[in-house]
Design a protein around this ligand. Structure first.
Ligand code: MSP
Length: 657
């Protein structure tokens, strides 16, 4: 069995996760899932990068002790993994003791190789990217990577003899031409090296939120030295788990097969510093680094420092997790940038998922239910049309597999749709099974048609499985199929005679705008940390204690101003199942609040009622109505909201806490 190890960057915890972080994590997940389907023994790692001045400052700004702050934000990244159906085998936090041990072990090895010396650093530093910036690279006094202001540093520092690795690195790239993908990125790295490598400052003394340097704890390690080591930590490096074996069994098993998936802004750290640190420590450099492009929003890289970020939660709630996964993987070509836009995701959803895929699945299932008593029929001999479909199945399996193997997910998905989804749709249109059903003479051809269509859908389900695991499962449940390994996958191997499950729409067409969808929160994704859309009621988790990571401080809670309000008027919002427009007295004024309670309450039941609201929520437009606040309700049994009330009369405007 082949081993395969895939990693995402570990994310900084100075801010909450957004679509950019979600993207890399979802792609790594799809790659991990595809390798499992190919029969590999997979280890998939993601996690958080928690040290450094930026995090220390973010904690100070939040008024929290740094470890508490770190626990909270790391919790939101863990939650992201749960929300997005990520199948990671481990989640590493660089504040964990195992990681301190591993980083110190790597440092000792590099030092033992005489590659670390003490000096003074004076120069510029970008705290956002955590990189030292040579004066010659400043752009108008700012960081060339992120455009933020740099800071002047002058402090004692340990240096790594990076200059010594100039030639070994060039030799390594020459011997491993596939090391960095897409390949054109390697030229940028080579040009950088050929301009002359300077030794690298790898410790800091002006703050303490980091891993102490062995035998000199006044210094903490440069955050990138510590961060890159995480990829070894998770395999047990430095933990002593190998006993007499200094490396350990898991390092031996997985390290030679590692693929680091990263965004293009951190190629230098992964393709240059990291191999150099490893060569110095006498460890083989990583097998592969894959650098993807950026999601742009309004023409600029989506990033917290610019403030143009999209929340993954909004899109997952509006379209479903699978559709979000499909969109980002279909839309972004490996290595290129892509624009994130509401229109693009809506268009792809309706065209590719609702129309092309959803229709063929429900059409086929409905015909089997109607014409074959819900049992998949056996097929008969193939004619020309059947053979075309069969050839397209085989062609798609080959194209999709090779797309995944080359990490070109958009190519794999495009092939699946352009060849097979299209082919099976055409096959059905040409055969017209609804006409065959009308005549007793055509029953054999009808059976063959439904057998072959189901066979094609079986293969589609298998090929989309890494990208849309839930949809693949739903298709299989509907058609009575089992999950299949890709190693076994070929045309015409469907077992006839299985009974269909319940038929449900796979991706119902969405006629609304993204704005409306987001606001209505019609299909909230699971997860205790998921915030509700403003104005809608939020489903409360099923009575579980929040994981320690997700708990908030009393200060955080007090930021939410809850107040008593009295309902003066209520009317259902036209064309909405869930929304009710309320006019409420909040003590100091009257307000309009749009709440998702119309399925549980009639307008008349609401007027005169005393309720609790979130008073200081930013206004949001729901179905064209501005909502100012949010009504509190419990989610009970069937998910219907039940309004929070009081056991005695309380005046509007009273604070609730
Ligand atoms: N902590 C470092 C990585 C250390 S790895 C040893 C870091 N963290 S980060 O929080 O800034 O995350 C950067 C990564 O998040 C990118 O490399 C990319 O994988 C993902 N993305 C963040 N914004 C993105 C876009 N706008 N578009 C695509 N991916 C983005 O750097």
């Amino acid at each position: 069995m082949n081993s395969f190890y895939i990693t995402t960057p570990i994310y900084y915890i100075n801010a909450q996760p957004h679509i950019g972080h979600a993207y890399t994590t979802m792609v790594a997940d799809a790659i991990a899932r595809s390798r499992r389907l190919l029969g590999d023994d997979v280890f998939f790692l993601t996690g958080t990068d928690e040290h450094g001045q930026k995090v220390e400052r973010a904690a100070q700004k939040a008024g929290l002790p740094t470890p508490t702050f770190a626990d909270q934000v790391a919790g939101t990244f863990r939650q992201m993994c749960r929300d997005l159906n990520i199948s990671n085998d481990d989640f590493i936090r660089t504040t964990e003791p195992r990681h301190h041990r591993a980083s110190q072990e790597l440092w000792r090895r590099v030092a033992a190789n005489d590659d670390i010396y003490k000096g003074d650093y004076e120069g510029w530093y970008c705290t956002v990217d955590e990189i030292f910036v040579p004066e010659s690279q400043l752009v108008d006094g700012r960081c060339p990577t992120c455009g933020n202001k740099v800071e002047r540093l002058k402090e004692e520092s340990y240096y790594f003899r990076l200059s010594k690795y100039q030639q070994p690195l060039l030799d390594f790239y020459a011997a491993n031409p596939d090391f960095l993908q897409p390949a054109f990125r390697l030229n940028e790295i080579k040009t950088f090296i050929e301009a002359g490598l300077q030794d690298l400052s790898i410790s800091r003394t002006s703050f303490s939120w980091g891993i102490p340097v062995p035998d000199d704890p006044k210094h903490v390690m440069y955050v990138w030295f510590d961060a890159l080591t995480n990829y070894l930590t998770a395999l047990g490096f430095g933990s002593g788990e190998g006993g007499a074996d200094p490396v350990g069994a898991r390092v031996r098993q997985y390290w030679p097969h590692v693929t680091h998936l990263v965004g293009k802004e951190i190629i230098r750290q992964h393709a240059l510093y990291w191999p150099a640190f490893l060569m110095s420590a006498r460890i083989t450099p990583p097998k592969r680094v894959i650098a993807h492009g950026w999601w742009l929003m309004g023409g600029a890289k989506m990033s917290k420092s610019i403030g143009n970020v999209a929340r993954y939660q909004d899109y997952a709630a509006a379209f479903g997790v699978d559709a979000l996964r499909y969109f980002v993987m279909r839309e972004m070509t490996l290595g290129q940038d892509a624009n994130f836009s509401d229109d693009a995701i809506l268009t792809r959803y309706n065209a590719d998922l609702a129309n092309d895929l959803g229709n063929v699945v429900s059409r086929t299932a409905t015909m089997i239910a109607r014409y074959c008593d819900g049992v998949v029929p056996a097929g008969g001999p193939a004619d020309e049309l059947d053979r075309v479909l069969e050839a397209d199945i085989q062609k798609t399996i080959d194209l999709a597999r090779s797309g995944f193997e080359k990490f070109e997910l958009s190519v794999a998905l495009q092939a699946t749709w352009d060849v097979l989804v299209r082919s099976v749709n055409q096959y059905i249109v040409k055969r017209e099974p609804w006409k065959l059903a009308k005549s007793a003479d055509n029953q054999a051809l009808l059976a063959t048609t439904l057998y072959r269509s189901t066979d094609a859908i079986r293969v589609i389900a298998a090929l989309i499985d890494p990208v849309m695991p839930e949809a693949a499962d739903r298709i299989r449940r509907m058609l009575g199929l089992k999950q299949e390994q890709w190693t076994e996958l070929r045309a015409n191997t469907l077992a006839a005679g299985t009974r269909l499950g319940a038929i449900e729409p796979l991706f119902p067409r969405i006629e609304k705008t993204v704005e409306e969808l987001r606001a209505m929160d019609e299909r909230p994704i699971g997860g205790a940390g998921e915030p509700a859309a403003p104005g809608a009621t939020q489903a409360v988790g099923a009575g579980t204690t929040p994981a320690e990571d997700n708990r908030i401080s009393i200060d955080d809670f007090m930021k939410v101003e809850l107040r008593v309000a009295k309902v003066l008027a209520a009317e259902p919002v036209p064309k909405s199942k869930k929304l009710m427009k309320l006019t409420v007295d909040v003590g100091t004024e009257q307000r309009t609040i749009v709440a998702g309670i119309a399925e549980a309450y009639q307008a008349e039941q609401l007027v005169g009622r005393t309720i609790a609201i979130v008073f200081n929520l930013k206004p949001a437009k729901l179905m064209g109505i501005e909502s100012n606040g949010m009504v509190l309700a419990a989610s009970v049994g069937d998910g219907r909201p039940m309004l929070v009330g009081f056991d005695q009369e309380v005046p509007p405007g009273a604070r609730v806490r």
